[in-house]
Design a protein around this ligand. Structure first.
Ligand SMILES: Cc1cc2nc3c(=O)[nH]c(=O)nc-3n(C[C@H](O)[C@H](O)[C@H](O)COP(=O)(O)O)c2cc1C
Length: 221
């Protein structure tokens, strides 16, 4: 698979089969991803690869919280600005509408927040979740590095025939995550990435994108 194909075929997949992912494949992907760039070569990420009984236990604990209507632990970083304005708000709303329609959750369903939370807390059925942490001392530069690293991981997963879904939702249950996997208190959870083979027969969602010319300016080219 070439890089263009990997980029084009990566989507946030929200229905995984329970086919296990071999450990050697995860090791190959995460070894290759060590080549991701980072400012000053800090490589500020800390990854936890969670599967088997520890993941099953984590899904049980997180889902129990979701079903109880738990609003989650206080956030350690803002995922979005307090005021999301146009064009970002429009893109956010369009993607959310597309996403929940694809998942069969009606806009006016009173149980919508809980349904969304439980789908996320079950990791959409994925047999593996990668949890990416950063040291509490790290700043915006290193958060950007972690994003590059995670995209590198997600593209390499495509080369292995695997799919993924990055999930900030795990930060809602960050204390449950950290306690279950034994992550250090000095680490801040950035997000989880569900990993696995896509479930067959589920409609594929291809979210829209702003046209390239809306976000790119060519100067002197
Ligand atoms: C850092 C990050 C956090 C995300 N968190 C969630 C999440 O909690 N739940 C979810 O269903 N999707 C989540 N997504 C997926 C985005 O909704 C998705 O990438 C976006 O809508 C574009 O769709 P695509 O990835 O399928 O092209 C997240 C993506 C990123 C990069």
């Amino acid at each position: 698979m070439d890089v263009y194909e990997a980029v084009d075929s990566r989507r946030a997949v929200r229905a995984f089969s329970d086919e296990p992912v071999p450990k050697e494949v995860l090791e190959r992907v995460l070894t290759a991803a060590t080549r991701a760039p980072s400012s000053g070569n800090l490589q500020p990420w800390h990854m936890y690869v969670v599967s088997g009984e520890p993941l099953a236990e984590l899904k049980r604990r997180a889902t129990a919280r979701a079903l109880a209507g738990d609003l989650g632990d206080e956030r350690e970083y803002p995922m979005y600005p307090d005021e999301l304005t146009s064009p970002y708000l429009d893109r956010f709303s369009a993607a959310a509408a597309q996403r929940y329609e694809a998942l069969g959750i009606e806009r006016d369903d009173p149980d919508r927040p809980q349904k969304i939370a439980t789908l996320n807390s079950e990791a959409f059925g994925a047999p593996v979740v990668l949890f990416c942490y950063l040291d509490r001392t790290m700043g915006p530069g290193q958060w950007g590095d972690a994003g590059m690293y995670l995209q590198t991981v997600m593209l390499l997963l495509r080369a292995e025939g695997l799919h993924s879904c990055p999930q900030v939702m795990w930060t809602m249950y960050r204390k449950t995550v950290s306690r279950t996997i034994g992550a250090d208190d000095e680490l801040v959870l950035y997000c989880g990435i569900s990993v696995g083979f896509e479930k067959e027969g589920v409609p594929r969602l291809r979210t829209g994108r702003a046209d390239m010319t809306e976000t790119v300016s060519f100067i002197g080219v």
